[in-house]
Design a protein around this ligand. Sequence first.
Ligand code: UGA
Length: 460
Amino acid sequence: MTSAISVIGTGYLGATHAACMAELGHTVIGVDSNVHKINLLRDGLAPFSEPGLADLLRTHVASGRLRFTTDIREAAEQADMHFVCVGTPQAASGAAADLTAVNAVVDGLAASIRRDCLIVGKSTVPVGTAARLRDRVAAQVPSGVSANVAWNPEFLREGHGVEDTLSPTRLVLGVTSAGDERLLRDVYRAVIAAGTPVHVTDLETAELAKTAANAFLAMKVSFINATADLSDRSGADVVALADVLGDDPRIGRAFLNAGVGFGGGCLPKDIRALAATAEALGATDAVRLLAEVDNANIAARERVVDAAVELCDGDVTGQRIGVLGAAFKPRSDDVRDSPALYVAHELHSRGAKVRVYDPEANVNARAVRPELRYVASPDTAARGADLLMLLTDWPEFARLDPAAVAGLVKHRRIIDGRNALDADRWTAAGWQLRAVGRGLRRADAARAAIAEVGSALGRR
Ligand code: UGA
């Protein structure tokens, strides 16, 4: 059975969800208050870079199965199920999530609903939000109309949004009735039939499952980055070490890539929001753990900044630094809380002349960091550079020819902030290469430190 669905909020999550629901055969109406975005979507165009999305939008807008509007009342009139996909950014006033958009959407829906329906939250929210929204909706809908709330968190990764929505690792259905579970199972029938595991939970578990998953991923990255620091101080190789850890199925190799740390619109703000919720609930162990994950992430960025300063003989003033990458990760034009931009900005503020190249994110980066210079190719970033830095692991950077790039720079010095380069090739071409967790600090300093520790421990 196909359903009439609305998807409210057409960011990375909502636009992808709307297009994929149409792909699954449903009639979908997408809603957003941003007129520019809605106009693009109406023309079948993706407002951001997401592989495969533009094709789905084009196909289903053309077929009429997928429509877009700025008027939430249209959604309330036409759909039986409303997916809430609006953003929950970090509040300007602190670490907690800002729920203004979620509240506004639910109020807007509740005020216009005239038919029985299910409101399904997908936005990442603090545990307890869904139950509160349920009461809020019940207090507003006309008598005789049933409008319940369920929570169905989303685990899609930017850059893999379409595949993650059509073939997710799992579905979490946070419901308060068997009827709501049935409705959701119907909507996801094809996905479930393909073998996707389904977890039916209460609302609170569903909400927490999402933030806990992101917190765990963040913790893995911070763990390996703290271990990278340990490797740099001891002469160990963090990539080899991660491979050893990763072969243990209890640990797993994914999310153990050491580098300049995690960023994006989700992991950083989600761990802070979870810490704020934990604080409010008195879960002090979780507060401490999450704070350390955050601190370790910022420290990973700072170590790369320090390494750049060290490689420029202690002062970056007037030094030309070519930065490869601005997006928070490859295959995305998203620069929210991007570690690459953090490092580039930090070096600029210390007097370096920074030139940034990103295959897709230059425009978005310029909007948030206009003080940096953006160039149209890796070669232009490298030309005349005293130091080159790889900060986002786009595959095209790994394919750069070290001998050719050597002809462009002033000094053959490169920091690999993502362990993406073949160190032997670059070194053979005469480059001084420093990589995170594989000699980011000066080799003589690391050797001296380990000798000192070794003899101190040996004396005990
Ligand atoms: C993350 C989660 O992975 C998704 O499951 C979740 O649905 C999404 O947040 C969300 O809440 O919406 P995303 O923000 O797209 O997805 O990015 P990730 O692929 O998780 O990467 C996050 C950051 O960690 C990136 O900056 C990446 O470069 C960094 N990272 C990742 C590492 O530094 N090392 C690794 O080994 C893996």
